[in-house]
Design a protein around this ligand. Structure first.
Ligand code: NDP
Length: 246
């Protein structure tokens, strides 16, 4: 049984999809949870209500992960409002797909800024708040392991950058008892990658289980890594992808 009573968590990009499921699951297991979002204020408020319904404190903070000052201030606001921080989940991410010759400079910058730079900056901002038993968990992608189709080159590259980041940071934070890990989802049914989308059958066919995952199935992995039971796990990747990379 995963137990997070009294823990304080920040989940970036948690108004919808995987982030929302993570925030709700952490709260269900006893944590107070702050979330960030970019545009979906109503959806973020719904997540905060769901957290409150579980008897936990919920806080929603509008902060574009591409904006370094906003992101840093969101981390500090989360820690101030929750009375500290034990768990950072770097979940916010975007997908921009298509032939590399058609990706604009703006697309490439957005992918790098949100999927990579924001993970570095949010972690930097969170470190002073994290004590013994602290957790940094980032959401990568199984596409960092294998890219079995065209059109996701730069997205996959941004997620593979999180391998070295996770390994390196685990070495830096180990002495203070903070673990750093990466969860790599396969196709998960969200707005980013709907199970009814055009590419969905092709993606399903590449899995061993023949199916998409649900956001809650990624949340369960994150909650485990956040828990004391996972205290020996650091600097590593857990892939939850229905066997996509098998
Ligand atoms: P969704 O597009 O469904 O949701 C994205 C969430 O991130 C929303 O809450 C959105 O906020 C927020 N967000 C997006 N851009 C920003 C930004 N610039 N600043 C702050 N928040 C932002 O995505 P998923 O839930 O599917 O994906 C979550 C993570 O999982 C991402 O890192 C993604 O790369 C990864 N992933 C997803 C897979 C999938 O198949 N779904 C597979 C592998 C990895 P708002 O509502 O305000 O726009």
């Amino acid at each position: 049984m995963v137990e997070l009573t009294g823990k304080r968590a920040l989940v970036t990009g948690a108004s919808r999809g995987i982030g929302a499921a993570i925030a709700k699951d952490l709260a269900a297991k006893g944590a107070d949870v702050a979330i960030t979002y970019e545009r979906s204020a109503d959806r973020a408020a719904e997540v905060v209500r769901a957290i409150a319904a579980k008897g936990r404190r919920g806080v929603a903070i509008q902060a574009d992960s591409a904006d370094p000052a906003a992101l840093k201030s969101a981390v500090n606001e989360a820690a101030a409002k929750l009375g500290g921080l034990d768990i950072l989940v770097n979940n916010a991410g975007i997908g921009r797909v298509g032939p590399i010759t058609e990706l604009s400079l703006a697309d490439i910058d957005a992918l790098l800024n949100i999927n990579v730079r924001a993970v570095v900056l949010a972690s930097q901002a969170a470190i002073p708040h994290l004590g013994q038993g602290g957790r940094i968990i980032s959401i990568g992608s199984t596409l960092a392991e294998r890219v079995p189709f065209a059109g996701s080159t730069v997205y996959a590259m941004t997620k593979s950058a999180l391998h070295a980041f996770t390994r390196g940071l685990s070495r830096e934070l180990g002495p203070q008892g903070v673990t750093v890990n990466l969860v790599q989802p396969g196709s998960i049914d969200t707005d980013m990658n709907p199970a009814s989308g055009e590419q969905a059958d092709q993606l399903r066919a590449l899995t061993a289980l023949g199916r998409y995952g649900k956001p809650e199935e990624i949340a369960a992995v994150v909650a485990f890594l956040a828990s004391p039971a996972a205290g020996l796990i650091t600097g590593t990747m857990i892939t939850a992808d229905a066997g996509f990379s098998a």
